[in-house]
Ligand binder design. Structure first.
Ligand code: ATP
Length: 513
């Protein structure tokens, strides 16, 4: 199965089992807007809890807030979003499809990397044990040629983005001979800048109404509340403020399911530090955030850092954590050292002092900020794409199983009476009552037990508990594990402890550095 087919299957599965639906589907949907169904919302809430608790419970110097989506419009002038929150846009005249110019070039670069890797792999097979990869990369003419061209285009793109040179971006697309994937032609328009913020009006009458924006990031809600939190919480630097909330961007290209949406959710944390100490903290947060991802157990090689070529003018370091989706390595989280830019800008635009008096040094200053910013929806996609597995069983049957890490699985336990009579459903209900205050538990008595197991596998339920006639005699049940499909008998009285040890978020927290 190709990665593309896998991705298509994943989208279909997400819909079939109540994870993700296209928005307002009865009206044919709304482009790049999605709704979470009964399973999706549970998964999403668990991911949020994993993040929120890792931030606010495991760090005594991080607290949370929940700011409004609407903010005073000056906020976005101060932050630079009104003038500069743009993407370079280009249209193909034949297909009438619109693209982000930088993304077209980045995809081309990724293809060159793939070509090089293929050559290396081929040579590795040919030469066997004696293969010297470094030497091959440095001397093979084909690899050298690909690499040189790739590096040249990469440098040109980085420079064009930094200089905001739209003509040069277009020229790179032409020089790389990039064709529209739909029409196959290179009939490109000029590159234009496109502001991604959604506008709306506040006020009951149109005249006198003010234009405001749907926030394109949650971070500014944290910056404008910096002093409120610092003072009321008596916070001492270094400290952080965390927030989870919706953000809106009028994305030019929105084609990869929930990877790029126009309405999405972010989990952001701004960490306020002493000027001069920010790069140390940046390093530390890179490690902390990477270990949060890796604790999910999808494999360390599924993640990598990607340092930014184009640093925003206010940032002095920035990196992305990328995950290997079915469509390649892509950003799930950004970690940015934003200097004192945001607080200084708000100080300038609001006329209020955004300073901190440091009792240790006796100085007042505008703190520097390290930001960690991650998309909830991209995390959902990360989990679903890593978890989705089609398996052939020993008996020849096939099963689709979502190997979602147990602590974030939507349903933790399914309780299944073998038959609908003889008092078995009643015992199943009692078991549910003993678990439901702590865990999301499902009852299912319909169809054969095999079919019920398959249904639970398909939504990623880590544990199934089956009540049968032996239960009536000795108060034991069968517990079945999703991944291994192993079954064993345990006493009903032991269930709460077994379930807790398997599905608690503690399992993930214990792995964090
Ligand atoms: P990209 O380059 O993919 O557009 P970005 O660099 O603009 O992303 P940030 O502004 O750093 O993204 O936003 C932080 C995080 O918010 C991203 O890492 C991503 O997980 C999430 N995010 C950003 N835009 C979207 C979107 N349109 N849909 C879903 N998640 C998003």
């Amino acid at each position: 199965m190709t990665q593309e087919e896998l991705f298509k299957k994943l989208i279909a599965h997400s819909k079939e089992y109540g994870f993700i639906f296209p928005s307002s589907e009865i009206y044919d949907g709304l482009s790049a807007v999605y709704d979470y169904g009964q399973m999706g919302v549970e998964l999403k809430n668990n991911i949020k809890k994993y993040w929120w608790d890792a931030m606010t419970k495991l760090h005594e110097n991080i607290v949370g807030i929940d700011a409004a989506i609407f903010m005073h419009p000056k906020t976005w002038e101060a932050s630079g979003h009104v003038s500069a929150f743009n993407d370079p846009l280009i249209d193909n005249r034949d297909s009438k499809k619109r693209y982000r110019a930088d993304v077209l070039i980045e995809d081309w670069l990724a293809k060159q990397d793939e070509k090089i890797e293929k050559e290396v792999e081929k040579a590795r097979k040919r030469f066997g044990e004696s293969f010297d990869e470094k030497m091959f990369r440095e001397t093979n003419p084909r690899v050298k040629e690909h690499q040189a061209k790739r590096d040249l285009m990469h440098d040109r793109m980085a420079k064009a983005l930094n200089d905001n040179d739209l003509n040069e971006l277009r020229q790179i697309i032409l020089d790389c001979e990039i064709a529209c994937p739909i029409s196959g032609t290179r009939n490109w328009t000029e590159v234009r800048q496109f502001n991604l913020m959604f506008e709306t009006k506040i006020g009951s009458v149109a005249e006198g109404a003010n234009t405001i924006y749907l926030r394109p990031e949650t971070a500014q809600g944290i910056f404008v509340n910096f002093l409120n939190v610092q003072k009321t919480g008596r916070m001492k630097i270094p400290f952080g403020i965390a927030q989870i909330g919706k953000a809106f961007r009028n994305e030019i290209v929105a084609r990869q399911f929930i990877f790029r949406m126009r309405e999405f959710e972010q989990m952001e944390m701004q960490f306020f530090v002493r000027p001069g100490e920010e790069l140390n903290w940046f390093k530390q947060w890179k490690a902390t955030r990477m270990s949060w991802h890796r604790a999910l157990g999808f494999g360390d090689d599924k993640y990598r850092f990607h340092d930014h070529d184009k640093l925003a003018h206010y940032a002095n370091a920035a990196t992305d954590i990328e995950f290997e989706f079915p469509f390649g390595f892509k950003e799930v989280e950004g970690i940015h050292s934003r200097t004192d830019f945001d607080l200084s800008q708000h100080q300038k635009y609001s006329g209020r002092k955004m300073q901190y008096f440091d009792p240790e040094t006796g100085e007042s200053y505008v703190p520097y900020v390290i930001e960690t910013s991650i998309g909830v929806d991209r995390m959902v996609l990360q989990v679903l794409s890593a978890a989705f597995t089609e398996e052939k069983l020993e008996n020849g049957e096939e099963r689709v199983v979502l190997r979602i890490p147990a602590p974030i699985a939507p349903v933790k336990v399914a309780v299944l009476p073998l038959v609908k009579k003889d008092g078995l459903p009643e015992i199943a209900r009692e078991i549910i009552n003993s678990l439901k205050f702590d865990h999301n538990v499902q009852y299912d008595e319909k169809d054969s037990i095999g079919k019920r197991y398959r249904r639970q596998d398909a939504i990623g339920t880590p544990l199934c508990v089956t009540v049968d006639h032996q239960t009536l005699e000795d108060k034991t049940v069968t517990i079945r594990h999703r991944d291994t499909m192993e079954q064993h008998r345990v006493a009903i009285a032991e269930l709460p402890a077994i379930v807790e040890s398997e599905v608690s978020l503690r399992k993930l927290f214990a792995k964090l550095v």
